[in-house]
Design a binder for this molecule. Structure first.
Ligand code: SAM
Length: 334
């Protein structure tokens, strides 16, 4: 661990938001072809120039020294990296890091699950947009529904995770008819089902008519869900609900209809080493170059502090979230 003597151990942006969470995209590659994420246009080129294991670990160490306590590995598909278990293990040993999460499409998760848990994984998000095999094939271009479903059930039953989070992007005419059934399925399990509003990311084929917003989703659910209060509700963008006595939760990540920039506590690191301060701003800072040029890890930490303090690196809280720049999800790391 890097001692950063005389430094306050917190990263605070100019708007006073304290940053404690880093999402690390390990690759822009994916083994599914979800139309709303992978892209349907021509610019599907991705750089294979991703950060090495050593560089990922070095950067996470720097961020841990700056007060980051939660790391999430994402992508692209993070399980396409052969070093994923090693990365989790080494991150788990770092002082200050107490939450290590993974966001995965679940396709190759099940056989890796015991090693990931043993290495220290303690938060798990699996993306699944439908409970129907055929719809899964239409959305993802893969016949992998059974594998993903089985991984979710194994993860739930193993008992390691308080609740397994299932990410579901709701799209009109594609899976909106399943919302109620999906809700009932999740409520009876130790699952936190997170309905995500479809965002206008690059090449996602987004158009407003496909958007099913939080209020519409609540109407489709048609249950008297109660808000989850207190410590059980996370500080992130999700607002969570349940039914009394049900083990499961239903959450909403409503990037289009709600503004939660005011409580944004996160930064993103792309697989090529770009630090991103806001999903909807295109002002990345090149940390890979910095790693190559700066030896002293304390200097890297200091430069990251300066980047976070830059005007325009993080979106001010009062602005509506989705305007202007549309991110390329699997490059930035969803
Ligand atoms: N491959 C992993 C997975 O499938 O979870 C991690 C990367 S994926 C980009 C992370 C999350 O972003 C997924 O839950 C996915 O549904 C979400 N996502 C991708 N494109 C989106 C969009 N246009 N609107 C909302 N969510 C999106």
């Amino acid at each position: 661990m890097i001692p950063l003597n005389n430094q306050p151990k917190t990263l605070i942006d100019p708007m006073g938001r304290s940053i404690t969470y880093l999402r690390v995209s390990l690759t822009a590659k994916c083994n599914l072809r979800c139309s709303y994420c992978y892209g349907t246009g021509k610019d599907n080129s991705i750089s294979s120039d991703h950060l090495s294991t050593t560089d990922v670990i070095r950067l996470i160490e720097v961020f841990a020294s700056l007060g980051i306590n939660k790391i999430r590995f994402t992508g692209g598909e993070p399980l396409m990296r052969r070093d994923i278990v090693d990365l989790v293990r080494r991150t788990a040993k770092m002082e200050g890091i107490n939450q290590i999460g993974l966001t995965t499409n679940g396709l190759v998760l099940e056989p890796l699950l015991p090693s990931l848990i043993e290495a220290g994984l303690n938060c798990l998000n699996i993306s699944l947009d439908t409970l129907k095999r055929e719809t899964f094939r239409q959305i993802t271009g893969s016949d992998g529904f059974d594998r993903v479903y089985s991984a979710i059930i194994s993860a739930e039953e193993c008992g390691t995770f308080k609740r397994v989070k299932v990410n579901t992007v709701v799209m009109r005419g594609i899976n909106d008819e399943e919302v109620r059934q999906f809700t009932l399925w999740a409520l009876e399990r130790r699952i936190d089902l997170r309905f995500i509003e479809f965002m206008p990311t690059q090449q996602s084929g987004w158009d407003k008519s496909r958007l099913v917003n939080e209020d519409m989703i609540k109407d489709l659910i048609g249950l008297d869900l109660e808000p989850v209060k207190g410590n059980d509700n996370s500080p992130g963008p999700a607002s969570s609900y349940t039914l009394p006595g049900a083990p499961g939760r239903i959450s909403f990540i409503s990037t289009i209809s709600h503004n939660f920039c005011g409580r944004c506590n996160r930064l993103r690191l792309t697989s090529t080493g770009q630090l991103v301060g806001c999903l909807f701003l295109n002002q990345p800072a090149d940390l890979k170059k910095m790693l190559a040029e700066v030896d002293d890890i304390k200097d890297i930490a200091e430069q990251i502090r300066d980047i976070v303090a830059r005007p325009g690196f993080r979106r001010p809280p009062q602005e509506l979230p989705v305007i202007g720049f549309n991110p390329f999800m699997r490059k930035v790391g969803g």
